[in-house]
Design a protein around this ligand. Sequence first.
Ligand SMILES: Nc1ncnc2c1ncn2[C@@H]1O[C@H](COP(=O)(O)OP(=O)(O)OP(=O)(O)O)[C@@H](O)[C@H]1O
Length: 679
Amino acid sequence: MEKDGVLTAETVSSCVRQRGCCVSSIGLQHYHHHMPLQNRNLTDVSILCKYVHLHKLELQNNNIKDLSCVSHMPSLVILDASHNEISEFFGFQPPKNLKEVNFSHNCMTKMRDLSEFSSLAKLNLDNNNFSEMCGLETCFELTHLSLGNNKISRISSLDNAPLIQLNLKGNKLTKIEGLENQKNLQVLDVSQNQISSLSGLQNLHVLCLLNLERNMINEIQECKHICNLLLLRDLNLLENPVQNQKDYRLSVVFLLQHLTFLDQESVSPEEKVTAVNEYDPPLEVVAARNHMKHLVYQMMQPQVLHDSTLLSVDSPYPMLVLTGPQCCGKRELAHRLCQDLSEYFGYGICHTTRSSYLGEEDAVDYHFVTKEDFENMITMGKFIQTVDYADHLYGLTREAVEEVAREGLACCVHMELEGVLSLKNSHFEPRYILLIPTQVDKYVDHLKSRNIYSPAQIDRAVSRIELYASTNRQRPGFFDNVIASDDWDEAYQTLHRVVKGYLHVEELGKQETDKEQDLEQEQPSEGATLGSSTSHLALDPTLLYYRYRYSHIQHQLNPPKTPAELASLRRREQLVREAIIGKSPAVYSHLFRSSTETGPSSLQNHNRSLHLSGDSSSEDSCASSELSVPSSAGALSTSEPLDGSAQGPARETSKDLSSSPEVHIPVLTSPLRNALGPT
Ligand SMILES: Nc1ncnc2c1ncn2[C@@H]1O[C@H](COP(=O)(O)OP(=O)(O)OP(=O)(O)O)[C@@H](O)[C@H]1O
């Protein structure tokens, strides 16, 4: 402890340390001296004027007011005078190489021009009384600046400083400004201010850490100002009002997906995936959710078989889906195809909440319904898939497919890509044909000529061309065929040819005639050739004809299966067969709880006999076509284990069934089943 706070020569010589030396340009040797004089209650250090070779001076935690002695230290590089009583800002002649200065915890109030201190790289001015930032315009080397806990209300004077770290914590800032030129800034601490917007940070492209704790940020959307700062890893928004916003953390994680720390907690990959799935789900996720939703609603309904739900699960109901961007002509082409190949295809009429355009007919182009009705239909499990497109809902109902299936025809529908993805989750296995505009100008002209689309809607439709094109590029085999839709007539010719190719229609022509002749000669009892289980059914020629034709469509239209798929289907089919003969697993038992209708019956009666659950006597009120079994491929495939608990009641049911001469196999009684019986 110095007497009266005056630094003495004895103390100095006992403290001074030699820290290496250097040789000047004229050959003189200079020693670097380090003077650690902290915590000594010093008030007067004027004796240091004699120590001209000081390289580093540490005076922290004293009571020094005057630092003019530094004017005599031309070699000084590092000066720490923090925790003193200095009020004058840089009150000394500039040492030429002064690089680091710490004046924190003093009583300075005013900054001054530092152009003479051009070597300054690190400056700590925390805990003073500065209310204005100035004098730094020529600090071309300044990389670290700390002005925390002052009274600064505006960021300024930093245009030329190549800052890497800036601390302005605990000031009176209300906005972030004056940082536009900070191309090197990596760490910014503006916590404990009154900042309400993140605007002003957009140009800080290498910013890694941003501390905004205890400010006035209110809106999650403010994060959009920093969403292009791809190196930002650590963001602190603790104690901002925005924390009270619903789903705050997930939303911020979504907007700033590159963050690894948010509010001092690490951001897990799971959080990132959840956030993306929540706010911008990939099309597959949307489709999977859509499929699950409809499946769950459907399973809550009484479970029965539909005409399109086949016992023979390796031969799914044949469908043709035309897909492509809005207004590429697919609806019209689907209609034309169904007209021209009316013996093969029926048009599946979707539901929509949009109003009809001029020339459109209800129950021909769409079923036009209100949003409320559409939503009710969703909860009633009516839909196979739905999409929300251009603020309107579209959906394909089970019944729309059934209507076509009851005619013994394959169902032809058109839909957007989202619908395709959802349908691909179901047990249907359609052929998918992409109709895509290749001449954008022509496509735009066509959209405009309809006079119903806003410029934004047109832009959206056009932008989706790339979505289809990239899907086709990135997923070989996703679409079975791609046809340019620029000229609808040409597109139709191609489509017609392609579909006929699927069906082998030309070669079919003659065979069909021969077969029809054969079928006409067949007796009802010959239905046994369809399989022993149907031998008791009397099949009229119409049914047989349907069977022949339908199975043909089916085999041609449905894409070939891999050996693994085939093995899985065989196994499931075997389970179904076991169910039929009485070794039924529980999960299939509901398929065979039949009405007691027996003997030969007309097509209509067979259809009626399909209802499979609930009160079997209420045949009239429960027509088969109104009901369905779970339609998901997933639902079917999860049903394979035959554990003991599941078998009990199922055996019971099937035993009853197998022992009853009344019971026939209902799923084989419709024309569709007939068409799909083992051949
Ligand atoms: N169930 C559905 N699922 C998915 N998309 C559907 C469904 N029903 C209709 N769409 C699609 O919604 C989009 C908007 O339908 P809209 O009837 O307004 O178009 P459009 O002008 O008839 O188009 P296009 O002539 O290409 O059929 C179309 O691309 C249509 O194919």
